[in-house]
Design a protein around this ligand. Structure first.
Ligand code: AMP
Ligand code: MN
Ligand code: MN
Ligand code: MN
Length: 288
C-alpha cells in the first residue's frame, strides 16, 4: 500500500522558495511528512542543511534537485533523488546550468523596461536568496511588491511566459546530460510535473522514450501542478512506460503556493513508488 506521506519536491531560499531548509524541514514534519526531499532548482547548496535539519526533527531524507532542461524548444524539469550531493560531475553540471541566469535576468529586465517597468533586475535580485540563482519567481515577487500585479500567477500570465515582454528564451541543460549527472551520482532521475508541458502526443512520446533511453526511471504523478484528472492520466503513463511514480507538492512559499507540504493525495496503489528503488539512499531519522 502506498500510504507513505512522502513529499519529494519543494524549494528553499537557495533557489526560489521563501523558507530556509531548516524552516522547510520543521514545516514538513508538522504537516505529517515522513520522507522528505529538498529539490532546489539547478543547485545542491542546501542539501547538507536539509539533511541535518531532517535528522534533527525526525524526518527521513533523500537528497534532491530539480534540473532545468531544454527539450524540443520547451523547458522541462528533471528531478534527481537519492544522489551523492558532492559528486563532482553533478556539481559541475549544475554550475554550468546556472551559469546563464544572470545574463538572462538582465535581458528579462530590458524586456520589462520596454513596457515601462523600470529597475526589475535590481528589484528581482533583492528577492534572490542566492544571487547566482535569479529566477522568474524573483521577478514575479518584485512585480507584486510594486503593485504591477495582484499575485505571482498574474505576473507569469502577463509578463513572464512565452510571447510576453519579460520572457527570454533560454538554453538550459540537455536531457541526456541532466539524466546522466543524476544517475552517475547514484541517484534516480524523475520527470517533474509532466502535465505542465505543452507537448503534442508525439513530442511527449519522444520525451518519455529518450528519458528512459538515457536511464531515467521515474515520473511525478501526484504533484501540486496536476489536477486529479492529470494525476490519473500520468498514473496510466507510469504503468504503460514502466516508470516508478513520485509525489511532491512543489511547495515554494506559505503565501504563494497552492499546495501545502505533505498535503497531496497518496500515490495510487497500482504504482511502484520511487522510494521503493531508493531504500539504500534514504537517510533515516534517528528514532526518538
Ligand atoms: P525559471 O527557472 O527562472 O524559468 O523560473 C521557473 C519557476 O517559475 C518555476 O520553478 C516556478 O516556481 C515558477 N513558475 C513557472 N511558471 C509559472 C506560472 N505559470 N505561474 C507561477 N509560477 C510559475
Ligand atoms: Mn520554482
Ligand atoms: Mn518545476
Ligand atoms: Mn519545482
Amino acid at each position: 500500500m502506498n500510504t507513505l506521506n512522502a513529499d519529494l519536491h519543494c524549494h528553499s531560499v537557495i533557489s526560489d522558495g521563501t523558507l530556509t531548509p531548516e524552516e522547510l524541514a520543521a514545516r514538513a514534519k508538522a504537516q505529517g511528512v515522513a520522507l522528505w526531499a529538498l529539490t532546489d532548482h539547478d543547485e545542491v547548496g542546501g542539501q547538507a542543511r536539509a539533511a541535518a535539519a531532517a535528522a534533527a526533527c525526525g524526518l527521513s531524507y533523500l537528497t534532491g534537485v530539480e534540473i532545468s532542461v531544454s527539450f524540443l524548444h520547451q523547458t522541462v524539469h528533471i528531478v534527481g533523488l537519492g544522489f551523492d550531493a558532492e559528486n563532482t560531475q553533478l556539481v559541475n553540471g549544475l554550475a554550468q546550468t546556472r551559469g546563464g541566469r544572470s545574463q538572462r535576468a538582465h535581458e528579462m529586465a530590458a524586456g520589462l523596461a520596454g513596457v515601462g517597468i523600470k529597475g526589475a533586475f535590481e528589484g528581482a535580485l533583492r528577492y534572490a536568496g542566492n544571487p547566482n540563482l535569479i529566477s522568474r519567481t524573483h521577478f514575479a515577487r518584485f512585480l507584486v511588491e510594486t503593485g504591477v500585479c495582484k499575485d505571482t500567477y498574474e505576473v507569469f500570465r502577463k509578463y513572464l511566459t512565452e510571447g510576453k515582454p519579460g520572457f527570454v528564451e533560454h538554453r538550459w541543460a540537455n536531457l541526456k546530460d541532466a539524466v546522466q549527472w543524476i544517475v552517475q551520482a547514484g541517484g534516480m532521475a524523475v520527470i517533474a510535473h509532466p502535465a505542465r508541458y505543452k507537448f503534442s502526443a508525439n513530442e511527449e512520446l519522444a520525451l518519455l522514450t529518450e528519458f528512459k533511453g538515457h536511464g531515467g526511471l521515474g515520473i511525478e504523478v501526484v504533484t501540486g501542478s496536476h489536477s486529479s484528472a492529470e494525476c490519473a492520466s500520468y498514473a496510466d503513463t507510469a504503468l504503460e512506460f514502466g516508470l516508478t511514480a513520485s509525489r511532491g507538492s512543489d511547495f515554494h512559499s506559505p503565501t504563494e503556493s497552492r499546495t501545502e507540504l505533505g498535503a497531496l493525495p497518496l500515490l495510487p496503489d497500482a504504482l511502484t513508488p520511487v522510494w521503493s528503488l531508493l531504500a539504500e539512499r534514504i537517510a533515516h531519522a534517528p528514532s526518538a
